[in-house]
Design a protein around this ligand. Sequence first.
Ligand code: HEM
Length: 149
Amino acid sequence: MGDILATLYPWTKSIHIMAVISWMAGMFYLPRLFVYHTEKSFAGDQLDVTYQVMEEKLFKVIMTPAMITTWIFGLTLVLTPGIVDWSSVWPYTKLVGILGMTWCHEWLGRRRKDFSTGQNRFTGRQYRMMNEVPTVLMVLIVLSVVVKF
Ligand code: HEM
């Protein structure tokens, strides 16, 4: 099993990175959509309906499948022999980053549902601030896995 995973390593990592790119695209764009949704539309108007469709498609068709793929191929990399040195610090800082990123994903999913039931309670400014969180987590994750401190 270890031999097969080692042979597949470049492929596993390529798919992991492609999935990460797709997931991050959504993690950066969805809170931006929420900013405009909050500031430029009213519950029930045409723009509200359009934003809801865009947000649902982005979350269900791109972000969630990309997150699941990232996890599956990331965990496959963890199981690949010789890839993770558990005596280093980076696997733990990366773990903090990916758990934070997954929490952000779930939080954004709950806010999407708020919009779809006309119950959004956050301001555009709060969504702007939330927009920065995935960026900070991405910096932590990439530095962890590339610099490997
Ligand atoms: C969701 C759970 C995740 C797991 C279990 C995971 C695990 C891993 C592992 C074990 C590696 C291999 C490291 C190596 O080859 O030396 C890796 C590579 C990588 N991961 Fe993740 N990862 C996850 C999510 C993420 C996220 C969210 C990002 C970016 C925001 C990310 C970015 C990367 C990058 C850029 C690499 C390639 C690093 C290199 O080869 O230099 N990963 N990941």
